[in-house]
Write a protein that binds this ligand. Structure first.
Ligand code: 9D3
Length: 244
């Protein structure tokens, strides 16, 4: 997959794309990420990319011309079928959105800085607007890296241990079950016996139930999409908690 990032701060992408799983995906040629700096497309002598907002107000707004020129320069290497504006006004990034974007052969991610971008960028240059959540960041670069990392996990061969990807899909939008490693007892806290006994069917059921218990306690909003089998486990959990 090829991802082009339009950003005033390409250096923010260097270390994250070199390290760990993303670094390996790039090394193996499974993922290509290229940054394009809109400043290189500014035509005046000061290489201006921002200007004061019409109507007044604080801060600066990213101008249309350098952003349009930067994205349009990618035609040829990138289909530009999906041009995504990273924006606090966008639709929220979820695993469903990640799965959909991972189907694309290439993507363009446009990162805003300052107080945002001229509205015409969202209107006529970008096909999507995505936010990573309801908190204020200083620009779209960390959100773009978030999308890149989430998408890369969906590319076959990126997560070496295929079982990890399968496990994520086993939990299907639920929180994960508790995890333990050695030692079996630490400061009086014991690892649940079922995990040490090696009955794989029992372990599977325990994990599903504990995933449901955690989700019910912490993120009940995520329980909408659960199966009939899950509903039985949830009833069990409810009964247990009533008798405690
Ligand atoms: C009302 C004024 N602010 C909106 C809350 C202005 C503003 C804040 C932050 C304008 C731009 C930004 C920079 N943020 C992003 O570019 C951004 C972002 C974010 O701040 N939160 C979550 N997702 C994203 S994606 C891009």
């Amino acid at each position: 997959m090829r991802i082009d990032v339009v950003t005033l701060f390409p250096e923010l992408f260097e270390a994250p794309l070199r390290a760990s799983l993303l670094g390996k995906a790039v090394e193996k040629g499974l993922l290509t990420v290229q940054c394009t700096n809109p400043r290189d497309f500014a035509t005046d002598k000061h290489r201006t990319v921002d200007d004061a907002p019409f109507g007044g107000g604080p801060g600066m707004v990213m101008k249309c011309e350098p952003l349009f020129a930067a994205v349009e320069s990618l035609r040829g290497t990138n289909s530009c079928a999906r041009v995504i504006l990273m924006s606090p006004r966008g639709r929220r990034l979820t695993q469903d959105v990640v799965r959909e974007l991972a189907q694309q052969p290439d993507l363009v991610l446009v990162c805003a800085r300052y107080e945002g971008v001229d509205e015409r960028v969202g209107q006529a240059l970008c096909t999507d607007e995505i936010s990573v959540g309801d908190y204020v960041l200083s620009g779209g670069e960390l959100p773009a890296l978030t999308i890149i990392e989430a998408i890369s996990r969906m590319i076959p061969g990126v997560v070496g241990d295929f079982e990890s990807v399968e496990t994520d899909s086993f939990y299907g939008g639920l929180l994960g079950a508790p995890q333990y490693t050695r030692p079996p007892e630490f400061r009086g806290m014991e690892v649940p016996a079922v995990l040490r006994e090696g009955n794989h069917a029992a372990i599977r059921r325990w994990r599903r139930k504990e995933a449901l218990r955690a989700t019910r306690a912490r993120r009940p909003d995520l329980l909408e999409r659960c199966s009939d089998e899950d509903k039985k486990l949830l009833d069990e959990i409810e009964r247990e908690e009533r008798t405690e």
